[in-house]
Design a protein around this ligand. Sequence first.
Ligand code: T4K
Length: 377
Amino acid sequence: MSTNKPIYVTQPYLPPLEEFHDYLRQIWDNKILTNGGPFHQQLEAALCDYLGVEHLALFSNGTIALVTALQAQRITGEVITTPYSFVATAHSLQWNGIKPVFVDIDPITLNLDPAKIEAAITPQTTAIMPVHCYGRPCDVAAIQRIADNYNLKIIYDAAHAFGVRDEGGSVLRHGDLSVLSFHATKVFNTFEGGAIICPDAKTKQRIDHLKNFGFVDEVTVVAAGINGKMSEINAAFGLLQLQYLGQAIARRKEIDAAYRSRLAQVRGIRCLGDGAETAANYSYFPILVGPDYQLVRDELYQLLRDQEIYARRYFFPLITEFPMYRGLPSARSDNLPVAWNAARSVLCLPIYPGLDDADIERVTQLIIQAGASRCEA
Ligand code: T4K
């Protein structure tokens, strides 16, 4: 067992505690704890500014935001989605009584492959739910073309895509709605939290009603809404964290670059996003362990774990391998060969602002040495 400190796949960035006390003091003074209080309103405005979007509704977490986004667009029937994501993507459909139809992913980006979507459309299809996996944008233009041709809605699961931009601005402007997660493990976090990016004020108003039980005023309920509100403590933490986000992302960018340069020469290891034109937000650092590497992915995963380096296999197993989805015809592995292979070769390396250069050295040296070991033997 190593004497080094454990290294996790991620750790939240925590601003100075004393500064959070000021926010807590204000909450204690005005006694508004939730239900769209002042920090909630301020965070919505601050995030619109930061992200470059016009309308945003905060939520208690990303999963409830996804469930509500589907309700807001009145999605029913079948929705085309990716098997290569966190299970909440498909669960949000299931919670709405919608049948997920799984389509394979692109081998370069690991996002939903637009070339495979049309074949999965049936008369019951009402929408597409793609995921900007690891914050790397989907082929939004191709997906939009298909949606336009077949009159489908697009709900982006943008849980990983905080702050990601393309040539036209925020990647979150695409589709009918985009949903963010502010979970503790994300680039920007509010402990738990999430948001829906809305295209106009009317949509935001409907979503605001839906996240507050459907209440419009004291006596009027217009829909069977849910409780998806973000509390003042979470919103206050978000406001404070936003002030430090620039430096946190800058450090993530350095780590990303360090991994890429150190691992560039390792045979059989591919760093996702190498040569990609659109930068992500450095939220994850996925590598693909190919057949040319000396260990299979799970051997490398275990070797790192033995040294208390907790890299994670996001996303293994595929969503389609879980019991509530595996019986669906679209869940068959021969329908999803790219996703199946990616789930068995991916390893997300630790990346977070608190990771220091010695940590990066430790992680990469182990990968380099393990890659060389059997050649020497
Ligand atoms: N859509 C997509 C594409 C998503 O990836 C997610 C969430 C969602 C939707 C749903 O959004 P939310 O409802 O969660 O807002 C984590 C997160 O729980 C989950 O938010 C995230 N995706 C998913 C990819 O990862 P786990 O089970 O891997 O997390 P856990 O607890 O093992 O944490 C990983 C590491 O992070 C730990 O080893 C240590 C560190 N950590 C974690 C927590 C919670 C900390 O240092 N502090 C902490 O408080 O799921």
